[in-house]
Design a protein around this ligand. Structure first.
Ligand code: NDP
Length: 406
């Protein structure tokens, strides 16, 4: 068994994903909660060269980084060998030589993927869900979900995803925390491969969701995890008692800013227009919060700081005037990009990457392949609409399978 140390904190979705990935390989690890004892935060910063984000993972003395770096090693097929050499034993078995046959394969595990799995499971199609290493989707990064019907007091994003997974499994869905790496829709059955499994599926439901966008500045990249973050619930507590900034004007930006007021002395929302895109109720909450200020018509041109964020250089988009804002952390919340690159050249998509479906259905341009959730929805992008289209995709696939069988 490899000697693995994982620095973490509570309510950290990336820590949960890293733990699930290690557990899927039969690995045990020492977990250190950096919030429980300030000395352990200093220890993590010293060992990781100043990475102020959790998790930070060490295999033996080798610093791996966070969940993204761990997942990248796994996707490259290098993690097993690393665990094996660290533990002097095989970490996992090799992929089975023969692909497994399944009626319905669901790629993705947000509300769309799990709802499709609940319906396909109840239709006795025994679906396989490739939940991905980033299982649970965007809701894993959300704090309170107040607009999902059926929860008058609200529900946490990770809590909701856990319930949806359990509900899907109750009806026979098999959930694998593995990424789909290759998909061949050129002939039926469709072939989809992960690092460890290959499947031949009669029908495929694509529910791969969307991922957070970045500003694209070199300084943003350089100071990533050193004050730059896209996840307030993960990293907000690590920048306690500093001034912070959030870029964006949508619901995510407002939600991040409200959450950060628990830790920040002040939160400035930097938005490129003078009007928010966020829902009215969220706007009101932010405007009434004394710790939140707004910087309108403004773009971030550069993130400032050598080893950690010290501020941001701002440009007023109306006057062109440049200024600096002194902050200790910058949270980027400027929307999402659909995760559909895997299906380029096979499935029709728009210029941004949203999958195209036949109006009023979830049918893609390939018969037997269905799309749901944020991967095909540039308009609504809500958890409940994703769940709704997930339900549609399962019903569409069930009907298509029975028509194909006739
Ligand atoms: P949105 O697309 O709604 O908002 C993105 C924001 O970022 C916009 O204000 C946009 O500006 C700004 N932006 C985009 N690109 C850039 C850029 N390059 N530089 C600077 N600013 C930029 O994304 P969200 O993630 O906020 O929300 C996605 C969906 O999820 C929405 O449907 C939202 O309602 C939903 N959601 C709901 C929540 C809730 O109800 N509790 C919580 C979180 C999300 P502009 O306005 O000028 O286009």
């Amino acid at each position: 068994m490899a000697d693995i140390t994982l620095y973490s904190k509570s309510a950290c979705p990336f820590c949960e994903r890293a733990k699930a990935l290690l557990a899927s390989k039969g690995q045990r690890f020492t977990e250190i909660d950096v919030e429980a004892d300030p000395a352990t935060l200093d220890e993590m910063l010293a060992r990781s060269g100043g990475q102020r984000t959790v998790p930070q993972i060490f295999i033996g003395e080798r610093h791996i980084g966070g969940f993204d770096e761990l997942a990248a090693l796994d996707r490259a097929g290098e993690l097993d060998a690393l665990l094996e050499s660290a533990g002097k034993q095989r970490a996992t078995t090799d992929a089975p030589p023969e692909p497994e046959r399944t009626r319905v394969l669901i790629i993705g595990s947000g509300p769309a993927g799990y709802t499709a799995a609940i319906y396909a499971g109840r239709a006795e199609l025994e679906p396989v869900v490739l939940a991905g290493l980033e299982f649970g989707g965007q809701l894993m990064l959300t704090t309170d979900v107040e607009n999902y019907p059926g929860f008058p007091e609200g529900v946490t994003g990770p809590g909701l995803m856990d319930m949806l997974q359990k509900q899907a499994e109750r009806f026979g869905a098999r959930v694998l925390c593995e990424d789909a790496l290759r998909a061949d829709f050129s002939k039926r059955p469709f072939r989809v491969e992960t690092e460890r499994h290959a499947f031949l599926a009669d029908a495929v439901i694509v529910a791969t969701g969307a991922s957070a966008k970045w500003l694209g500045l070199p300084s943003e990249q350089r100071l990533m995890n050193r004050g730059v973050s896209a996840c307030a619930t993960c990293d907000g507590a690590l920048y306690r008692d500093r001034e912070m900034a959030v870029v964006g004007g949508g619901d995510t930006a407002i939600e991040e800013a409200l959450f950060l007021t628990r830790y920040a002395t002040k939160v400035t929302i930097i938005h490129r227009r003078d009007e928010l895109r966020a829902s009215k109720i969220m706007q009101e909450r932010a405007k009434q919060n004394e710790r939140i200020e707004f910087l309108w018509d403004s773009a971030v041109d550069e993130v400032l700081g050598e080893d950690e964020v010290r501020g941001v250089r701002i440009r007023n988009l109306k006057s062109g005037a440049a200024s600096e804002l002194s902050v200790g952390a910058l949270f980027v919340a400027i929307g999402h990009q659909p995760n559909t690159a895997l299906f380029a050249e096979q499935l029709e998509m728009d210029d941004v990457g949203y999958l195209k479906v036949e109006s009023g259905t979830t049918r893609t341009n390939i018969e037997g392949v269905f799309a749901c959730g944020d991967a095909m929805d540039p308009v609504y992008r809500q958890a409940v609409t994703a769940a709704g289209t997930g339900c549609m995709a399962a019903i569409d696939s069930e009907r298509w399978l029975s028509e194909a069988a006739d």
